[in-house]
Ligand binder design. Structure first.
Ligand SMILES: NC(=O)c1ccc[n+]([C@@H]2O[C@H](COP(=O)([O-])OP(=O)(O)OC[C@H]3O[C@@H](n4cnc5c(N)ncnc54)[C@H](OP(=O)(O)O)[C@@H]3O)[C@@H](O)[C@H]2O)c1
Length: 322
């Protein structure tokens, strides 16, 4: 790509050096600065030349924004940009785009844990360690996911991939989102006010919503109580979308399981009861993994659109917050 634009790009990212190495091969004529830490990025952005910033949303601090006088585009590598979208320091005139490459690994995470429970993987491991050969059938959840019902809360780039993978396993897929248009692989679309109708009919409920005012505590104790016995809850969205105290009470009284990649407070405090609950699996916000190559491919495609005046992928609607 040989477009010679006198623009400065700052990459502020734990993998900044790898990203810079890949992008400098592909985007000639662009001055690329790379910083792994905010302290290193501040003097670079303070020079005033930076027009484009690549960074995960958590590193885009007020101080950084305050110094970025010529910033025109923040290409966030995060899919969720709740705080940044509403930050008054980020002027409305600055373009904000979100990461759109997390879908595949997050959908694989959902598949992994649905199969973990349906195939009773933990039970088999326990029996193996005790040298027990026991072919009796599992009691709680059926062995196959085929014909079971998957509910997906949020049908963005990730929720759609979750739906596609669920459909490929022969599941009935229900989806919930704000707008009513049909979505591939989703058998039935529910609106947010139909949440209570959707929950009792699903075997696995996946939360993959952006965090906004409307989705804070989207699932409270009342809604969680509607889950059927043996159902599985998987949260790969944001921890604050579930009332965690309410969830703990429901997990103590109902025969459901929860897989939580995100928690209300991260890291999950050591004193949280969730750590030790037998029907809970905790992972440390790792369901969405994107390689430096994928991040770069996403950015290069959008950069080409940007310099040729075409609409960009993944533009965050600042009013909606996602
Ligand atoms: N755990 C991790 O590692 C990880 C990694 C990446 C992302 N995430 C989280 O996952 C979230 C979703 O990612 P994404 O890329 O799929 O999001 P996205 O493309 O922005 O899509 C968001 C979806 O949520 C729906 N939605 C928004 N507000 C809603 C509401 N009040 N009620 C019902 N539906 C609502 C939207 O509905 P419409 O289609 O009708 O607008 C849309 O379908 C991110 O925002 C982030 O918080 C977590």
């Amino acid at each position: 790509m040989g477009s010679s634009h006198d623009r400065t790009l700052l990459i502020l990212h734990p993998y900044a050096k790898s990203l810079a190495a890949i992008l400098s091969q592909q985007l000639h004529g662009l001055r690329i600065l790379a910083a792994e830490r905010i302290e290193d990025a501040l003097p670079m952005i303070g020079e005033g030349a930076v027009e484009v910033l690549i960074s995960p949303t958590r590193l885009v601090t007020d101080e950084l924004l305050g110094r970025a006088v010529n910033l025109r585009w923040v290409a966030s590598t995060s899919a969720g940009n709740d705080r940044l979208a509403k930050n008054p320091r980020l002027s409305e005139s600055i373009l904000l785009t979100k990461g759109t490459s997390h879908g595949t690994t997050m959908a694989e995470y959902v598949l992994a844990y649905m199969l973990y429970f349906s195939r009773q993987i933990e039970n088999n491991l326990v029996k193996q360690r005790e040298k027990i050969w026991n072919r009796s059938l599992p009691e709680v959840r059926p062995l196959s996911l085929q014909g079971k019902t998957l509910g997906v809360l949020g049908l963005g780039s990730t929720g759609r991939t979750v739906a596609k993978y669920g459909k490929a396993l022969g599941m009935t897929v229900l989806g919930l989102k704000r707008t009513p248009e049909p979505v591939d692989s989703v058998d039935r679309i529910f609106s947010p006010d139909m949440l209570e109708q959707m929950i009792p009919i699903v075997d696995t409920l996946v939360v993959v919503l952006p965090l906004t005012q409307e989705t804070f505590h989207f699932l409270g104790e009342k809604e969680l109580h509607l889950m059927k016995d043996g159902a599985l809850l998987i949260n790969i969205g944001r921890g604050k979308e579930i009332d965690e105290e309410g969830l703990i009470r429901v997990l103590k009284t109902k025969k459901i399981h929860a897989v939580l990649d995100v928690c209300e407070t991260e890291p999950l405090p050591k004193e949280s009861e969730l750590w030790a609950m037998k029907n809970v699996i905790i992972t440390p916000h790792v369901s969405g993994i994107v390689t430096p190559e994928e991040l770069c491919a996403e950015f290069v495609a959008n950069y080409q659109r940007w310099i040729t005046g075409k609409p960009l992928e993944g533009v965050v609607d600042r009013q909606k917050g996602y």
